[in-house]
Design a protein around this ligand. Structure first.
Ligand code: DC
Length: 223
């Protein structure tokens, strides 16, 4: 293929979408965009600036504030890191408080519309691999390749738990599993752009595959 491809990778949390997309991007010379980071960035902003008197998210306030949110990826030591209004928030967007609230924020149609153009603009020139939940169905329906990743809930919880432990977070496997289940449910059942496999996406179940095997399987479909 002479023109660089546009690749959409959707699927459930903790199936390795982002880390696998990163490797494929490097191999094929593509830009990698982790769209979940954008939703996390908005959630981080909301937790800092849009709480009501009960310390709960005030969605009305968030919508009013959307125009002043500027999210951009900058290259830091060869890795794209997320900046919110000039502040590097790459670490902060992985905090449990953000993970616990992000699905609620991602449910909002105004938030999704706000991020739609950002995502499509990045893909305009081609040569991109984008991972998320609605890339193949809504953001880039004409992508050259679409994949939908899944793995058993137990396996995904195990992976996430190890990831959090390595990052020094104190948690237990049951809490992690609960958080994943809740997010899957909200993501799959929301009205706007729910998490679902596009009709023309290739299903990748990596319950019994390691990272390298998953990459090889995906690469075997890319000409
Ligand atoms: O991939 P992740 O776990 O970082 O995503 C965080 C949340 O953002 C997830 O609960 C679903 C939401 N999300 C979405 O709704 N659409 C996307 N394209 C990417 C993420």
């Amino acid at each position: 293929m002479t023109k660089k491809p546009v690749i959409a990778i959707d699927g459930f949390s903790s199936t390795g979408k982002s880390s696998i997309s990163k490797v494929i991007a490097k191999t094929l010379g593509l830009i990698h965009l982790d769209t979940g980071a954008l939703y996390r960035g908005i959630t981080f902003f909301a937790l800092q600036n849009c709480l009501d008197e009960n310390q709960k998210l005030d969605f009305k306030k968030l919508m009013q504030n959307l125009p002043i949110i500027k999210l951009e990826f900058q290259n830091v030591d060869g890795e794209l890191q997320l900046f919110l209004n000039g502040q590097n928030i790459n670490k902060e967007i992985r905090f449990p408080q953000v993970s616990d609230n992000v699905s609620q924020v991602a449910k909002e149609a105004e938030v999704r519309n706000f991020l739609l153009e950002t995502q499509r603009n990045i893909a305009k020139q081609g040569g991109v691999i984008m991972d998320g939940r609605d890339i193949g169905t809504v953001v880039l329906p004409n992508a050259d390749y679409k994949f939908f990743m899944t793995a058993s809930p137990d396996e995904r919880a195990k992976r996430r738990f190890v990831e959090l432990q390595t990052a020094g977070e104190k948690t237990d496997i049951e809490t992690v599993k609960q958080n994943l289940n809740t997010r899957d449910k909200i993501d799959s059942e929301r009205e706007v752009s729910p998490l679902k496999q596009a009709d023309d996406a290739i299903l990748i179940d990596n319950t019994n595959l390691n990272k390298e095997q998953t990459i090889n399987l995906i690469m075997s479909y890319i000409i």
